[in-house]
Design a protein around this ligand. Sequence first.
Ligand code: SF4
Ligand code: SF4
Length: 199
Amino acid sequence: MLTTQIKNKEEIISKLSGSTFIIKCIGCKEVLFPETEIDKFISENIEKNKITGRLKIDYLCNQDFSQAYINNHKVEIEKAETILVFSCGVGVQVMASLLENKKVITGCDTIYINGFQGLTVQNYNCAQCGNCYLNYTAGICPITACSKGLLNGSCGGAKNGKCEVNKDFDCGWEKIYNRLLKLNKKPKEEILIRDYSNL
Ligand code: SF4
Ligand code: SF4
């Protein structure tokens, strides 16, 4: 089972640029979804005239369902430079995959709690690490999309886009690099390097 908490204000603000479309997923609200805190953050930190639209959705992790909502909000989404998503890591990754040309950022960290995990069939996974990296990796999880769960970039072993650990598996870090380049970002500037020397 998982729960979400709002990220620190500075991280979210540093990733916002231009106008914003906001998505909140309330699929796991019965566990804990900090909606009041999120609404407070939005009203205090994002000017109303910079918000192109809002969407509240159940189960953003369901790709078909999310695609249908996107289709209904095409105009507002197209106008936005940033798509700000408040959901678990799966929901953010689904949205990044559906909106290939948009900067999709997360406003939440996803945290593991004991209990039964839902059984939604999905192409993306979140290990509920508690400190979400998606804002630095173009909306692709380095922990679940990389066989070694590397945080600071590729191991260098990929061949023709396939992982050296499992040749049936696309290299997660190649996908991260390619998506950053597609979004006109420089990977070296974007990726948050984790310093392991203090551990
Ligand atoms: S970095 Fe990956 S594992 Fe951690 S919260 Fe984000 S999506 Fe989940
Ligand atoms: S080849 Fe890519 S996905 Fe595989 S372990 Fe190395 S960086 Fe990770």
